[in-house]
Ligand binder design. Structure first.
Ligand SMILES: Nc1nc2c(c(=O)[nH]1)N[C@H]1C(S)=C(S)[C@@H](COP(=O)(O)OP(=O)(O)OC[C@H]3O[C@@H](n4cnc5c(=O)[nH]c(N)nc54)[C@H](O)[C@@H]3O)O[C@H]1N2
Ligand SMILES: Nc1nc2c(c(=O)[nH]1)N[C@H]1C(S)=C(S)[C@@H](COP(=O)(O)OP(=O)(O)OC[C@H]3O[C@@H](n4cnc5c(=O)[nH]c(N)nc54)[C@H](O)[C@@H]3O)O[C@H]1N2
Ligand code: SF4
Ligand SMILES: [Mo]
Length: 746
């Protein structure tokens, strides 16, 4: 007789990056025994990267927090949930009562985009707190793309993505999908898809200050001076007009502002920008001509294009190029996916809307405008440090590690020490959460159900997938939606003992009131009854799926999607290739594509004045690597092993100029500080540009990440300047910042 525990197999969407691969997870006796790519997954077809397997390490990591911690006499000690919530209530409420709601700052980080509990329940907490001081990783990342899409197409998330599987030309600017697996472009197995594109005779062109892994697998690569994307793009648009290559075709009836764009790019001929870009005028014109000539192709810009002074203007010009060449909204071009749930651009009346608004309030100290409900995260430190009415005295971090991920982390770290109260909801005791008075543990990804709220809105194919929990919740674990509802109850003054289920029922009933009549014909009571077998995020998901474009409409389309149907189809439901969505996707007041939003025209004029700025001797850019992910996966043994990854890449000429040799540790000094890092001499770098990855700098006192502390690496953001940002979107400048090298004594 065998006493081998039973083996079970589970399908689970990977929550670690935007590719959202389907994984086949095998469990035996409550332990994960294997993780592979799920070959039957309708979307990712078996693709997996090394991080997918590390979900097991994450689940098993002894350093992952499993119980709330309260700081007593400077040391974090375990506490019960009741004690922790009571402490939050005791410390937080008096601050709100005495100093007002803006005295509490809230930040939400990248992993929240991969956890429906956090994404769907964070707004509840933010609303209950009623503070203007809301920050997120978006202003270190994609806010420029969101703002540009909002102004052009009417909604923040109406961002077109390359339809790579039907494309013959892909021009990639400031993205390295071979390492990042795609961003604002959910494209599992980019490598395979790129290979297929080239095998059918198509071309890939990469423009990047580093000859990246993506560039190595492309047909053409051009170096570009960091921060000069706006000039390159304006020159591409200039060339299109100059050479009679503006052919929007079927887009024509929906375009507003074509003439204004022509006038705005007048100063930016290919010759005028060539030196600033470090790219020959002929090459710039060649790129423009390829885009105009392609039958099916597009230009894709990502984080390299966003994290600079003119990030929003550059992101806008990417879509202007796609529109002028007729590549927008056509198969093989840049298309809008249609998500089955949670997509605003599938709700309400199609083709027209209220558009977006910005600047509904401003930050207290610097006066930076609110964008999409947020303020720039680089301003968090000054809001804490600067006395006066509205000063931030309490801070709640949710899946967010700004001490490592935001420029001038050392300043923020000091500022956090000056708070009256700090609370974190996180998996680790790390560089940011070590400052917290109370830390509430998040749950292992394998212990909760998953549906990607955001990424189907950016996916290369329409689809819907739901993964139920792989493992039962550990004893003492509390689902993160319940944690957020408890904090919501505290913020509303209902007390730490409030019944979160009752509060959730109240909120859902209010949501359904809005839905009934608008999107579905049924009464609110009937809708609530139909989803009553779900709770928490799953209930919100069922509501959204059923009232969405593929949903059953609560009886209106009996064949349509429900969560029950997704549960019965673990490998997912394919909803077909991307379809043209104009004009229905638009939510602008004009019902047209706004090619020439006035703030962007004005910013382009500002850029013109900067055309002659000479190149600094040496600037730094970031870098992503497959076995790492932002700041928090360096504690997982599977990923941490192997060669040192936090190295400063330097072109051989720059190394010679500074008299440094391969492997030598150098002191890198930026506008806000210095770090020590080993040099790797590398001719994939553009001369005059060095590269250091972000998310490192572990091993600080009071943290508990033993594996990461063994090889802490250097914190790139300790060098960067928290005063530099794109004034339109509030996004931080992370690229092209001047540095100096000196020989290190350590
Ligand atoms: N210089 C430079 N800086 C950068 C970038 C760059 O390219 N260069 N990139 C920027 C970008 S694009 C981003 S998105 C940001 C990311 O910046 P952040 O969002 O601040 O940082 P992450 O490193 O993703 O850290 C996320 C935090 O969430 C916690 N966490 C992980 N999973 C969970 C979970 O399931 N539940 C909870 N409650 N917590 C969890 C982790 O422990 C960690 O504390 O970094 C930015 N910083
Ligand atoms: N393995 C791994 N995957 C990840 C992450 C990770 O940390 N590791 N992070 C995830 C997150 S949060 C995000 S937002 C995405 C980002 O996904 P991507 O946008 O693909 O990010 P990167 O790989 O950093 O690629 C940015 C590229 O821009 C280049 N670049 C730097 N400065 C400039 C510039 O001024 N102009 C131009 N044109 N290019 C420039 C860099 O050399 C780099 O090749 O990746 C996600 N996926
Ligand atoms: S590419 Fe890797 S990390 Fe990203 S979703 Fe797929 S398996 Fe997970
Ligand atoms: Mo990001």
């Amino acid at each position: 007789m065998s006493d081998t525990p039973e083996t079970t197999n589970h399908h689970r969407i990977c929550p670690l990056c935007e590719a959202c691969c389907g994984l086949a997870v095998q469990v035996q006796g409550g332990r994960v025994t294997s993780i592979r790519g799920a070959p039957d997954d309708v979307f990712s077809h078996g693709y997996i990267c090394p991080k997918g397997y590390a979900l097991k390490d994450l689940h098993d990591d002894p350093d992952r927090l499993r119980t709330p911690l309260i700081k007593r006499n400077g040391v974090h000690v375990p506490a019960s949930w009741d004690e922790a919530f009571a402490e939050v209530e005791r410390r937080l409420l008096p601050i709100i009562e005495q100093h007002g709601r803006d005295a509490v700052a809230l930040s939400i980080g990248n992993p929240a985009a991969h956890k429906m509990a956090l994404l769907l329940y964070f707004p509840r907490l933010a609303k209950a707190l009623g503070t203007k001081n809301i920050f997120s990783a978006s202003t270190l990342d994609q806010m420029p793309k969101q703002l540009a899409a909002g102004w052009m197409f009417g909604h923040w998330l109406s961002i077109p993505v390359p339809d790579i599987d039907r494309s013959d030309l892909l021009v990639i600017l400031g993205a390295n999908p071979m390492a990042s697996n795609g961003s604002l472009w959910t494209v599992p197995d980019y490598r395979g898809r790129a290979k297929a594109l080239r095998a059918r005779g198509g071309r890939i062109v990469v423009i990047d200050p580093r000859r990246t892994e993506t560039a190595e697998a492309a047909d053409e690569h051009h170096f570009l001076r960091p921060g000069s994307d706006v000039f390159l793009l304006a020159a591409i648009v200039h060339t299109l007009f100059d050479q009679g290559l503006v052919r929007p075709g079927r887009l024509q009836p929906w375009l507003n502002g074509l003439e204004a764009v022509r006038e705005a790019v007048a100063p930016f001929s290919a010759e005028a920008v060539a030196a600033r870009c470090g790219l020959a005028a002929d090459s710039i014109r060649g790129i423009a001509r390829q885009l105009a000539a392609a039958e099916r192709g597009c230009l894709y810009g990502r984080i390299g294009t966003c994290t600079q002074r003119h990030g929003t203007t550059a992101s806008w010009l990417v879509d202007v190029v796609n529109a002028l060449t007729g590549q927008l909204d056509r198969p093989g071009g840049a298309m809008w996916p249609q998500a089955a749930a949670f997509a605003r651009n599938t709700e309400g009346a199609p083709g027209v809307g209220g558009g977006i608004s910005v600047g509904r309030h401003a930050s207290r100290v610097s006066g930076a405008p609110e964008v999409y409900g947020e303020l720039p995260i680089t301003l968090l430190a000054e809001e804490i440090e600067t006395p006066g009415i509205g000063q931030v005295r309490a801070y709640i971090s949710i899946a967010s590690n700004p001490v490592l991920s935001s420029p001038n982390g050392a300043r923020l770290s000091r500022a956090l020490d000056g708070l009256d109260f700090m609370l974190s909801l996180d998996l680790y005791l790390n560089e940011t959460t070590r400052h917290a008075d109370v830390i509430l543990p998040g749950m292992s990804a394998l212990e909760h159900g998953h549906y990607d709220v955001a990424f189907p809105q950016f996916s290369v194919r329409n689809h819907a997938r739901y993964s139920p929990p792989v493992l039962p919740a550990a004893t003492g674990a509390l689902p993160e939606w319940q944690v957020l509802m408890k904090l919501t109850a505290i913020a509303l003054g209902r007390g730490a003992a409030a019944d979160v289920q009752a509060l959730d029922n109240e909120r859902v009933a209010a949501d359904v009131q809005r839905l009934a009549g608008a999107t579905v014909d049924t009464t609110a009571d009937a809708v609530l009854a139909a989803v009553a077998h779900w709770q928490g995020p799953e209930r919100l998901l069922d509501l959204s799926l059923r009232s969405g474009p593929f949903g059953d409409g609560f009886g209106r389309r009996p064949d349509g999607l429900t969560l029950d149907k997704l549960v019965a189809t673990p490998a997912g439901i394919d909803l077909g290739p991307l379809q043209p969505r104009l004009p229905g996707v638009l939510r602008t007041p004009s019902g047209r594509i706004e090619l020439a939003p006035p703030p962007l025209l004005a910013d382009l004029q500002t850029a013109a004045a900067d055309l002659q700025t000479p190149a600094p001797n040496l600037v730094v850019i970031g870098r992503r690597e497959v076995r790492s992910n932002n700041s928090w996966m360096h504690n997982l043994p599977t990923l941490a092993k192997g060669p040192e990854r936090c190295t400063l890449l330097l072109h051989p000429q720059d190394a010679a100029r500074h008299g440094v040799v391969d492997g030598q540790r150098v002191t890198v000094t930026g506008p806000q500080g210095c770090v020590v890092a080993p040099v790797a001499i590398d001719d994939t770098m553009m001369p005059g540009v060095a590269s250091l990855p972000h998310g490192w700098g572990h091993g600080l006192a009071g943290t508990q990440m033993a594996v990461a502390a063994e090889r802490p690496g250097a914190n790139l953001n300790q060098l960067l300047d928290d005063r530099l940002r794109d004034p339109l979107s509030g996004n931080a400048v992370l690229s092209g910042v001047p540095i100096q090298l000196s020989h290190s004594m350590s």
